[in-house]
Design a protein around this ligand. Structure first.
Ligand SMILES: Nc1ncnc2c1ncn2[C@@H]1O[C@H](COP(=O)(O)OP(=O)(O)OP(=O)(O)O)[C@@H](O)[C@H]1O
Ligand SMILES: [Mg+2]
Length: 418
């Protein structure tokens, strides 16, 4: 039995926070099987500057926020960070499904890794404008001759191999600006990952992915979605609407400052008016004055509920457009800081007619989370997912470097990284 240790670092460039998580990965190898467990050893948080809804608007300001977040995590962990896994999301992301097909040259032989690579290549041969690049090709299923729904075709016999894949593309410059901001803060980028893909790693169970579920990460400036079915990603989208919109609506509606509106949202707001049939009245500080006014709960509800309904209706339209209304048996998993808005899960359940749960990172054992309870919050789902993705990515690389055999294992375990 062998034991190896390594640190993996996730960097979440959110609209409201820049968050770094350093996790020590303990690898236990037992008779050829390698198991990893994660221990969070450093967490850094900095206010997000130079970033707007997933896009870098100032390299210098973004690099400063990154440096602050990283150095806080480094001093907690007592180690230096060199390389990070970074999330990508924003209006510059576009995703779609594609299909590839290849024939197996000699008649009816075993399909090998090279065939799989070739069929994926044909699926990615799509017309892409020169200012865009592919960031993920996620295999959904393979078809061997006429047999559909195959997860791992290696070793099967056939004459024709097809692959359905989900392709995620980004504007080349937007992705490059993220990498440049990270480099400017003195760090290397291990890989860039679409945020909802990372989040899926952290909060969804294998059963949910298999049965069909909709992941909705409501952040400050955007809402990321991913639909899973039969264990694969079927649809991804980034919607430029998030928690900040509630705060702005409250600030305008109640003529108060943004920090006061943020406080009211967290302490009093509810997305479903019928949940709080109270005649409660609370004090609100007016803009530029020290005087407070009294505002009824009902007035706050009337501001918040329409915005919450708007977000949930967008989610419903995305599910419909993708054609997964009847294939999301495991329901909807809400996460991100915005998911903490009181009543939002209940409202979503009512409108979507699907079970809804709030998802928080489950990658760390309970005893560790007792030491770092903040990591249980849904706003840490992305950074946790980035660590998990980074670890899987590293293992795949090690695998490529160390072994030519065992491709079969590679396809079944790391389908998404082909
Ligand atoms: N208790 C709460 N009730 C309502 N909203 C909340 C609560 N706690 C946090 N939020 C909201 O969550 C949002 C921040 O969420 P999160 O940290 O996931 O965003 P982010 O990752 O920085 O941004 P994004 O993912 O959009 O780039 C803010 O708008 C904040 O107001
Ligand atoms: Mg986020």
């Amino acid at each position: 039995m062998g034991r190896r240790e390594k640190n993996i670092v996730g960097l979440d460039l959110g609209s409201t926070k820049v968050c770094t998580l350093i996790a020590a990965v303990h690898e236990n190898s037992n008779r050829g099987e390698v198991e990893s467990d994660f221990e969070p050893i450093g967490l850094g948080l900095a206010e997000s500057k130079g970033l707007k809804r997933g896009a870098v608007v100032s390299i210098e300001a973004a690099a400063e926020s990154i440096k602050k977040s990283i150095s806080e995590a480094e001093s907690m962990a007592g180690c230096e960070v060199e390389m990070v896994y970074v999330g990508l999301a924003g209006p510059h992301i576009r995703s779609f499904n594609s299909r590839g097909v290849t024939s197996i040259p000699t008649r009816s032989r075993e399909i090998n890794g090279e065939d799989v690579r070739r069929v994926i290549e044909t699926a990615r041969a799509i017309a892409l404008s020169p200012d865009r690049e592919i960031i993920h090709i996620l295999p959904q299923e393979f078809i061997v001759d006429d047999q559909q729904g195959i997860g791992d075709p290696i070793g099967m016999f056939g004459t024709r191999l097809e692959a359905n894949v989900h392709i995620v593309t980004s504007s080349t410059t937007a992705a490059q600006n993220v990498v440049t901001a990270v480099n400017r803060s003195g760090l290397l980028v291990g890989d860039t990952v679409l945020e909802p893909i990372a989040v899926g790693e952290a909060i969804l169970t294998e059963d949910e992915k298999e049965l069909g579920c909709v992941l909705v990460d409501i952040g400050g400036g955007k809402t990321n979605m991913a639909i899973y079915h039969h264990g694969a990603v079927r649809h991804t989208v980034v919607v430029p609407l998030g928690g900040e919109f509630f705060t702005n609506d409250i600030a305008v509606g109640l003529r108060t400052s943004i920090p006061e509106a943020e406080r009211l949202k967290r302490e009093h707001a509810c997305a479903l008016a019928s949940m709080v049939e109270s005649d409660e009245v609370f004090a609100v500080v007016g803009v530029g004055s020290r005087h407070t006014r009294e505002v009824a709960q009902q007035v706050l509800n009337d501001i918040v509920q329409p915005r919450a309904e708007e977000i949930v209706h967008i989610v419903r339209n995305e599910i419909r457009t993708a054609g997964y209304e009847r294939q999301a048996g495991a329901g909807v998993v809400l996460t991100g800081g915005g998911a903490m808005l009181r009543g939002l899960a209940d409202l979503a359940e009512e409108i979507l007619d699907l079970p809804v749960r709030i998802g928080a990172p489950a990658a760390f054992g309970e005893s560790l989370l007792e030491k770092r309870p903040q990591l249980m919050g849904p706003e840490f789902a992305t950074v946790t997912g980035l660590v998990l993705y980074g670890e899987r990515r590293r293992k795949t690389h090690d695998f490529h470097e160390n072994s030519n055999s065992g491709l079969k294992k590679l396809v079944s375990k790391f389908r998404s990284f082909l």
